[in-house]
Design a protein around this ligand. Structure first.
Ligand code: G6P
Length: 609
């Protein structure tokens, strides 16, 4: 989620690190920092904001000569964007410096342990446990200290570590967070992303999970965290910079659709307590009592976030048995809402900056409600102005059309359902079933993505149609809305989403052989009703694209096209069903020549009311 660059060689490290950070900035970062080893010790410079701000730091200019250094651009996950929370983090002596990407799942336990041993923490980050842990094991051999420390760490990481007393050693390791070693002529550039390397060399080694590399001025060696030596093949990077930023995908939106198996796993990482069958949501802990006693929850947001709120309504009412209302943030703000004792207002927002949603939060707070945020961007205004909240941890979302943030919002709502439900009426065994199903979702999404080619063909068939309908019932109704929104946002085609039963009250008049109708037709409680709706469309010549359950043979004879998804039960179905609809919208937009990542008239973050 963040960016790492590290250098060991004969040249001045500082300009190489700064240039590398700039290459990584395309992902939208909020703070940055550099540590350079100089003859008089470790020099550290950090700044909030763009890399430009870091360049202005006097501390950075004070160490010009060092040829060993590490640097980091942060996209906050634990602790807001601030100088204290920016990397590199150091140990108590200030000699050992670490940059880290990823999430340390057991950071609270490690922090407690280290504090008992007398360590004083200076930031709110999960990452700061690493320098203290490595320092604890440091006896002159940096790689050995890192290896010992990492044995105690649970979670994901890409790290680079240096020590003031080791002018010739750079140690890096990865587990679930990419790290690439660029091998130049008498120098090494390590980075989380090839874009920061290829200005210097195209020869690289890709680290594997649980692998650690020690770079010295004489060469490099790799081993597993358990000290088993590994042998690496040097490879050539073939992409150009533009391709690398998008990791080879044609658009950020496509990249973000494909990132969903990982972003969903990141959203749940470290947040499930399987023993107690509940969710561990650190941000809500202090308000657990108030939430357990809540009489009513109001979910609010705009656009895609409002659609996830609708799913939240089904989840909270169905599984946690709390009355819920969903309200467009803009409407909530101006209708003089009634907030009574026990009302909790939950604002959902990817950016955390949407003006309408922020205004709703302020209105709710002024009226005395407990306010919570479900936000992706750490330290954003909504995150700061709500009483508590849960971050998505989905990573930066660049494409204007929200994809991975949406699925992570739904995932967080699931976690909150467990958190609230288990404190209210949800039985242990019921929660265990939900947790088991939730943990399978990332792999199921990965499998679903394999149907991309099939979905592209469907898009080709209908790309020139100007009107589409999306229909679903129950948990699938918000997905119908979201599918239609994706299509209209990026392909400028008119699309409407509806509860399937509503079609007969008006929209059925629109149906002609020119009209593609997307049905969310999974097997379940309302399957027969959906089949009747499909027949109503077919008998008027409409074309039917059905998202249906794997193994449902019947649907084939009713629909023109079938996209198959696994049966995960009513409540979880939205998380899978939305993925093919994201792809369908994407392909239609590409085929119509639209600017997918920057659709006309739209902005990623709408900060005006
Ligand atoms: C804009 C974007 C949408 C987004 C909405 C809410 O309209 O184009 O994609 O869903 O804002 O944004 P938020 O950052 O609050 O989730």
């Amino acid at each position: 989620m963040c960016g790492i660059v590290a250098y060991l060689g004969q040249r001045r490290a500082q300009p190489i690190l700064i240039e590398g950070l700039k290459r990584l900035e395309y992902r939208g970062y909020d703070s940055a920092g550099v540590a350079i080893r100089c003859a008089d010790g470790m020099h550290l410079a950090k700044a909030v904001g763009r890399i430009m701000m870091l360049e202005n730091e006097a501390a950075l200019r004070s160490c010009d000569a060092g040829t060993l250094g590490i640097a980091h651009t942060r996209w906050a996950t634990h602790g807001g964007p601030s100088v204290e929370n920016a990397h590199p983090h150091t140990d108590a002596s200030g000699k050992l410096a670490v940059v880290h990407n990823g999430i340390i799942e057991n950071h609270s336990a490690l922090r407690k342990l280290l504090e008992q041993e007398g360590v004083v923490f200076r930031s709110e980050t999960d990452s700061e446990v690493l320098p203290h842990l490595f320092a604890k094991y440091y006896r002159g051999d940096l790689a050995e200290a890192v290896r010992q420390g990492l044995k105690e760490v649970r979670g994901t990481y890409g790290i680079a570590v240096i020590h003031a007393d080791n002018p010739d050693a750079l140690v890096a390791a990865r587990n679930g967070s990419p790290l690439i070693v660029g091998i130049g002529d008498g120098e090494f550039v390590v980075a989380s992303d090839a874009s920061a390397i290829i200005a210097h060399t195209t020869r690289v080694v890709y680290l594997e999970d649980r692998e650690i590399v020690t770079l010295t001025r004489d060469g490099f060696s790799t081993s597993t965290i358990d000290a088993v030596p590994t042998s690496k093949e040097i490879q050539e990077v073939e992409w150009d910079l533009e391709q690398i930023e998008k990791k080879g995908y044609a658009h950020f939106m496509l990249k973000e659709i494909y990132e969903q198996p990982e972003s969903l796993a990141d959203t749940t990482r470290g947040r499930i307590d399987i023993e107690e069958a509940t969710a561990v949501l650190g941000g809500l802990r202090a308000f657990a009592k108030e939430l357990t006693r809540a009489k009513r929850i109001i979910l609010t947001g705009c656009g895609t976030a409002w659609h996830s709120a609708l799913i939240g309504e089904y989840l909270f009412e169905d599984l946690a048995r709390i009355p819920v209302e969903v309200e467009y943030a803009s409407e909530f703000r101006y209708r003089n809402p009634i907030i009574e004792d026990g009302t909790v207002v939950v604002a959902i927002s990817q950016s955390g900056e949407t003006a309408d949603t922020l205004a709703a939060v302020r209105e709710a707070r002024n009226k005395g409600a407990l306010t919570l945020g479900i936000v992706n961007v750490v330290g954003s205004t909504i995150a700061r102005e709500t009483d508590a909240g849960v971050y998505l941890h989905a990573g930066p979302e660049i494409g204007v059309a929200s994809t991975k943030a949406f699925t992570s919002q739904v995932m967080v709502l699931f976690l909150m359902t467990l958190f609230l439900g288990r404190r209210r009426h949800m039985a242990h065994h019921h929660a265990v079933n939900i947790i088991q199903a939730l943990t399978r979702v990332p792999d199921q999404v990965r499998d679903l993505l394999k149907q991309d080619g099939h979905i592209e063909e469907i898009a080709r068939t209908y790309k020139d149609r100007e009107n589409w309908l999306y229909l679903g019932r129950g948990y699938n109704f918000p997905i119908a809305l979201e599918g239609a929104l994706k299509l209209k946002e990026i392909s400028y085609v008119h699309a409407e989403g509806l509860p399937a039963a509503e079609m007969k009250h008006g929209p059925i008049a629109l149906i002609t052989p020119d009209m593609p109708v997307v049905f969310l037709a999974n097997r379940g409680l309302q399957y027969d009703k959906i089949m009747s709706n499909i027949e109503e469309v077919r008998s008027r010549g409409g074309r039917v694209i059905a998202v249906a359950t794997e193994g449902d043979e019947e649907i084939g004879s009713h629909a023109d096209h079938v996209i198959r998804v696994p049966d995960v039960g009513e409540s979880l179905q939205p998380l899978l069903n939305v993925v093919p609809l994201q792809l369908l919208a994407y392909h239609v937009a590409v085929m119509r020549g639209c600017a997918v990542d920057k659709p006309r008239n739209l902005a990623k973050s709408v900060t005006v009311e």
